[in-house]
Design a protein around this ligand. Structure first.
Ligand SMILES: [Zn+2]
Length: 304
């Protein structure tokens, strides 16, 4: 149980604004989801026979990640890498290089499984398999979790707390981090939630594999930059947390990475923006001892 346990509030009300440390006016997180072959294999296991598809996904670990690490090093930025267990096992040297560069490694499922339709036990098994992979490959016990495809369940928070996680980063109802209660009741434990948004995800801009995923429209990186800058500017003015999600198999491409660097340069020009890892934001949020928020599950008469 969280040592700050307090009466919970109903999450049909917005989360309160939060303060930021050391004079910062807002926060920003660069998150890189290390989806590789796993995201294609979950979409269609037979895609393992499609060498070109596998190579498209391998672009992330093989080419995109080294280039991304160079970019982050140039700007002396620490980022958070959310890694499926399967990616960790297939590319162990990549994961250890990320770890050795001082970045945060967090959990992102095993084979990039979305949680809808799973029982809590099935969800727990996936969490444990992913934890085991990160521990075995890189000696990492992650503090954070991001659900593949951002598909969580009402059981997820409790399963994360049972395994010692500090935070989740999969929900979409707010622009600031908050405490997410595992359920109703004054004794409910809570996990820090760092909200995300499809509009701050490069997947929607760039992902396309024929017959597998994506809508077939590959956007101009300048459009992504324009969208993300608009969100960054507003998030900074409002004192929120800008949480960008990129995939090295997508944003590791040359022109897209150049655009990401332009966004980073915009961030660095904001003197009171706290650009850091998700774990740092989660630890700060936990220090505020916020009132946990409970999500009342919608009920529909006659439906279970
Ligand atoms: Zn993912």
């Amino acid at each position: 149980m969280a040592d700050h346990a307090k009466p919970s509030c109903d999450a049909t009300r917005a989360a309160d604004p939060i303060s930021w440390p050391n004079g910062a006016g807002a926060a920003a997180i660069l998150g890189f989801d290390l989806d590789a072959e796993d995201v294609a294999l979950t979409a269609d296991p037979q895609s393992r026979h499609r060498l070109s598809v596998m190579s498209h996904q391998a672009y992330g670990p093989v080419t995109g990640v080294p280039r991304t690490l160079d970019l982050l090093a140039r700007h002396e930025i620490r980022a958070t890498f959310f890694c499926p267990g399967y990616t960790a096992e297939r590319y162990p040297d990549m994961l250890r290089r990320i770890r050795d560069a001082g970045h945060e490694i967090a959990h992102h499922g095993y084979l990039h499984e979305a949680m809808q339709g799973m029982t809590p036990q099935q969800e727990a098994d996936v969490l444990d398999r992913g934890l085991n992979a990160l521990e075995t490959v890189a000696g990492v016990r992650p503090l954070g979790y991001r659900a593949p495809m951002w598909e969580t369940s009402y059981a997820t928070a409790g399963l994360l707390l049972d395994r010692g996680f500090l935070y989740d980063s999969s929900l979409m109802d707010c622009d600031v981090p908050y405490e997410l209660a595992e359920g109703p009741g004054a004794d409910a434990r809570s996990v820090v939630e760092i909200p995300v948004s499809w509009s701050l995800d490069d997947w929607e801009q760039y992902a396309y594999v024929p017959d597998l995923f994506g809508c077939g429209l590959i956007e101009d990186p300048q459009k992504s930059l324009s969208m993300w800058r608009s969100e960054l500017t507003a998030s900074h003015v409002e004192g929120c947390c800008f949480t960008l999600t990129c995939h090295p198999f997508l944003s590791g491409r040359l022109g897209r990475l150049r655009v990401l660097e332009e966004l980073i340069e915009t961030m660095m020009a904001l003197p009171d923006l706290w650009l850091t890892t998700a774990a740092d934001v989660a630890a700060h949020t936990r220090s505020l001892a916020l009132e946990p928020r409970v999500f009342p599950q919608p009920e529909i008469r006659g439906l279970t």
